[in-house]
Design a protein around this ligand. Structure first.
Ligand code: PLP
Length: 495
């Protein structure tokens, strides 16, 4: 069965998987969604005997039906290799009474590597399949982690260029250092005076700018996206939910067919949506527990059915979740509207013009599998300290938001279904916040002193990604106003 992808804002706009990956966003600003999700063709007990790469093939081949077996296996085996510091790729660890799915063993130590290490291969393969002659310009807005993971994935990939915009004052010092030291002749990194939503809006506007697209085409360029609006990000993210489930089967914690819950620290709603798609593929998931930080627009949405971004943007210690416009929620909205693109357009226009929309009662009823809650800054820090003191396990701030919300969920519902918590970053990526949570007196030390302290406390080897930036040279120092993003792109591409 072949899966086609259609735009959330125009059901007649239908493309193949490779075309959707190339385009990123559809012409009318909609997101591509699969027109159907096929069931897994292999039994869960069989999957439990497979390694990560084999599970990846079983999941991704169901979704990317215009890729040949050879093409897809080449992409998977090139991506999930020694770049990961563990052969399991995404190990599931049981600590302090919870199952943490560690998604941060890739080259930039955040879960974005799970998709962005394979996206360049998917994209280059898609370009070949569709006889694209232009160079592909990856335009990306980042709240900190996507930028570095995309830069690492696309650096020096022939036929591609990558331009990353990040909020100058909205990322952690280590995140910024990772990005501005990026090597590669085809890479550009720009700080903007504005927040992540400004960066994302600026990028979306450029994607929708027809005149710009024409000028680019004349010069032999076309845009694509490495953000989770690209379906090529979401499909690889479905894999690790299936993988985690089958590890629970393999270690005897559950039997194939038993239900599990997942807890996902959420920003742009990509990671949790991938879990939702995995369920549609047949993975037995009962609840999707959506964890927010103090930017709790999603919690309010699940409570009330009103999405309202008209509120203060809060800079927290989990910056990759500091987002008020969760782009991928549009894909869920379209689904709960019964694949009704007119309804989707109506709500997204309201979001654009008034900053808010309200879903119907009927749509709200379809959200019963979702549970939303949030963690304050104090609660997040307390969770890091508590789990460290009880178990010696040190988690990052984003994972701590999820762990906090999981505790609230259990207290609210008394539900004891086996649960997987998505652990989205290495604590080394947010060393300062993590160490200050454990003991505020660490605040007087430098970032790299704290890295060494974290190593002493946790006994976890310092990742190569951190060693690399200790002495790396700063190669990118451009800063622009949020209104000047297009000007910068034109300067970089000389158009
Ligand atoms: C991106 C990111 C998130 C949020 O994921 P979404 O798919 O945007 O919801 C959470 N934690 C970390 C560490 C991230 O980098």
């Amino acid at each position: 069965m072949s899966v086609m992808y259609k735009s959330t804002r125009n059901s007649n706009d239908t493309v193949t998987a490779s075309e959707a990956i190339l385009k990123g966003l559809s012409d009318n600003g909609g997101l591509y969604v699969p027109d159907s999700i096929p069931k897994l063709s292999v039994d869960l007990n069989e999957l439990a005997k497979m390694n990560y790469q084999q599970v990846a093939y079983e999941v991704m081949s169901r979704m990317l039906t215009d890729f040949t077996e050879d093409e897809l296996k080449h992409c998977i085996n090139s991506a999930y290799d020694k770049k990961f510091d563990t052969p399991e790729i995404a190990p599931l660890t049981r600590r302090a009474g919870a199952n943490y799915l560690e998604l941060f063993h890739g080259s930039t130590i955040a879960f974005k590597d799970m998709a962005l290490s394979i996206l360049p291969y998917l994209l280059v393969t898609s370009a070949k399949k569709n006889n694209v002659k232009n160079d592909i310009v990856i335009l990306t807005a980042t709240s900190g982690d996507t930028g570095k993971a995309a830069l690492a994935g696309f650096a020096d990939v022939p036929g591609t260029r990558i331009i990353v915009f990040y909020p100058k004052n909205g990322v952690s010092p280590i995140q910024e250092k990772q990005m501005v030291t990026q090597k590669g002749d085809n890479t550009s990194v720009i700080g903007i005076i504005g927040n992540f939503d400004d960066a994302q809006t600026g990028v979306k506007n450029m994607f929708n700018n027809k005149a710009l697209a024409k000028e680019m085409d004349d010069k032999g360029y076309q845009f694509s996206s490495a953000n989770s609006i690209n379906i090529g990000r979401l499909v690889p993210q479905m894999v690790y939910y299936v993988y985690a489930y089958t590890r629970l089967v393999a270690n005897g914690e559950i039997k194939a067919g038993d239900k599990i819950n997942v807890v996902v620290p959420t920003g742009n709603f990509g990671n949790i949506l991938a879990a939702y798609y995995a369920k549609e593929m047949g993975l037995p998931i009962a609840k999707f527990i959506c964890a927010s930080n103090e930017n709790k627009v999603l919690y309010d949405f699940f409570e009330t059915g009103v999405y309202d971004k008209n509120r203060e943007f809060i800079l927290t210690t989990s910056p990759s979740m500091d987002i008020l416009i969760s782009s991928n929620l549009e894909r869920l909205i379209y689904r709960i509207a019964g694949d009704d693109s007119a309804k989707d357009v109506e709500l997204m226009n309201a979001l654009n013009s008034q900053g808010r929309y309200e879903i119907t009662q009927e749509m709200k009823e379809k959200l019963s599998e979702f549970y939303g809650n949030y963690a304050s800054e104090e609660e997040t820090a307390a969770t890091i300290k508590r789990v460290y003191e009880s178990d010696g396990y040190i988690m990052d701030t984003h994972t701590a938001v999820a762990a906090t919300v999981y505790e609230k969920y259990k207290a609210d519902t008394k539900d004891d279904t086996p649960t997987v918590i998505a652990s989205t970053a290495s604590p080394y990526k947010f060393t300062r916040s993590v160490m200050e949570a454990i003991d505020p007196s660490y605040s007087s030390q430098s970032d790299f002193e704290l890295v060494d302290e974290l190593n002493k406390l946790s006994g976890v080897k310092i990742p190569q990604a951190i060693e690399d930036i200790r002495s790396a040279e700063i190669l990118h120092d451009t800063v622009c106003d949020k209104s000047e993003m297009e000007k910068e792109v034109r300067r970089i591409l000389a158009i």
